[in-house]
Design a binder for this molecule. Structure first.
Ligand SMILES: Cc1cc2nc3c(=O)[nH]c(=O)nc-3n(C[C@H](O)[C@H](O)[C@H](O)COP(=O)(O)OP(=O)(O)OC[C@H]3O[C@@H](n4cnc5c(N)ncnc54)[C@H](O)[C@@H]3O)c2cc1C
Length: 386
């Protein structure tokens, strides 16, 4: 068992941290204030991320990506997590699901995404189908060589700035031992497709400057050549390529929690009340100790799941445990940080309330904490079920 980082891994951590400090962090206040990232700033960050080799670090080298393994990617995400989602978007790692592209799709979607020329968004969730994705109502009806899409997706991150959509829609029904089940197909849909309307969604408290959208499909034609993966096997594509996304969320939570701990420690070491620094009160110092311990535990879960991914032994519950623990840990750590700052913790200038607000969404997106618990408990109980 080897817990230390290699020289290359340490170099990666140091260089991504420096990149975040120099290229992203100085713009955090502007993004918070204006709730947007200027297009020219996105271009600047993207260009520098491409030059540094951070862009598309998750994609295979032979296609122009960084070819990083899961452990290296987790380390990178941990550092990127120190800042908010809106700025990180400019250092994008195209979704792994694009690896399912084949033939002409590779030239039209995958390679331009790796070069930073085209950006994707991922559309699964609907107003009536969140955790229960199989109940999605967006329909794809085949008419010859074209599927006609009707329905509404919501909460779709980055759809305002994306160039194309990885869309999941119900493409029929299959009979199974447990009754009829919807068949789901995944499609690549260009943003300008006829019959597609993209509307900005309501403002969220987490991650200012990053937006989500509602997508309305009204008789939107999509050629069968735009199917991603196999027809009717959309969930197979998602299960193959999206599991590691939970690890990305978890790794970023570790980075953000480390930042909250650093700020809280510094404050506790200098803020005086009753004639001594508040860090000398056990009520504060024990909080710091708990925060540090929980962050270290989450970090280990993340790196263990990443390591197992690289060994080819990872199971869904490994990702679920890392996501569940790291996101819940971040909520506790950022809440303690606000408490240690007292009233100042609620002031925007300090930046701790931002970490606390940003933490809230992590327990919801990419599968809520309750859904992660289902995944973990199902894996525990399955061998005992007849
Ligand atoms: C800012 C933001 C960005 C997002 N970006 C995207 C995106 O880019 N693409 C995309 O497709 N989706 C996106 N989502 C959607 C996100 O993945 C869903 O919000 C999430 O899966 C939960 O679905 P829901 O909000 O409909 O909640 P619901 O599924 O309605 O759940 C409500 C509550 O019920 C609980 N619950 C539901 N079922 C069970 C159960 N079986 N057992 C126990 N508890 C249960 C949940 O845990 C939750 O606490 C985004 C969401 C947000 C908030």
């Amino acid at each position: 068992m080897q817990f230390g980082l290699t020289t290359e891994q340490q170099l990666l951590v140091d260089s991504v941290r420096a990149f975040v400090e120099v290229e992203l962090a100085p713009y955090e206040d502007e993004v918070e204030r204006t709730d947007k990232v200027r297009p020219e700033l996105i271009r600047q960050i993207k260009d520098r991320a491409l030059r540094a080799g951070f862009y598309a670090a998750n994609m295979p080298e032979e296609l122009g990506g960084g070819g990083l393994d899961h452990v290296a990617l987790a380390l990178m995400e941990r550092e990127l997590g120190r800042t908010g989602f809106a700025l990180q978007y400019a250092v994008a790692r195209p979704s792994n699901i694009l690896r399912a592209c084949k033939g002409e799709q590779i030239e039209r979607y995958l390679k331009p995404a790796i070069r930073g020329e085209r950006v994707e968004c991922l559309a699964l969730t609907e107003p009536n189908a969140g955790s229960d994705l199989r109940s999605m109502q967006t329909r794809a009806e085949r008419q010859g060589d074209v599927y006609v899409i009707n329905g509404t997706k919501h909460f779709i991150s980055y759809a305002d700035v994306a160039d194309f959509i990885v869309l999941f829609a119900a493409s029929g029904v299959e009979e199974t031992a447990k009754g009829n089940k919807k068949r789901i197909t995944s499609f690549l849909v260009d943003k300008g497709a006829p019959g597609l309307d993209v509307r900005l969604g309501p403002r969220s408290v987490s991650h200012r400057g990053f937006h989500h959208c509602e997508l309305v499909f009204s008789n939107c034609p999509v050629p069968v050549s735009q199917i991603l993966g196999e027809e009717h096997r959309g969930f197979d594509v998602a299960n193959t390529w999206l599991g590691a996304t939970r690890l990305t969320v978890a790794a970023q939570c570790v980075g953000r929690a480390q930042r909250a701990l650093e700020k809280a420690t510094q404050w506790a070491a200098t803020r005086k009340q009753f004639g001594q620094t508040i860090g000398k009160f056990q009520g504060t110092s024990f909080k710091l100790a708990d925060m540090a311990t929980e962050i270290a535990a989450a970090d280990l879960l993340v790196l263990q799941a990443a390591w197992k991914s690289d060994q080819g032994t990872v199971q869904d519950q490994d990702y679920a445990m890392a996501k569940l623990y790291a996101t819940e840990m971040l909520a506790r750590v950022t809440d303690h940080a606000v408490q240690i700052f007292g009233g100042m913790g609620l002031m925007e200038e300090v930046g701790v309330e931002r970490l606390w607000r940003d933490a809230r969404v992590e327990r919801i997106w990419d599968g809520t904490s309750e859904i992660q618990r289902h995944i973990i408990s199902r894996a525990l109980l399955r061998p005992h079920e007849s």
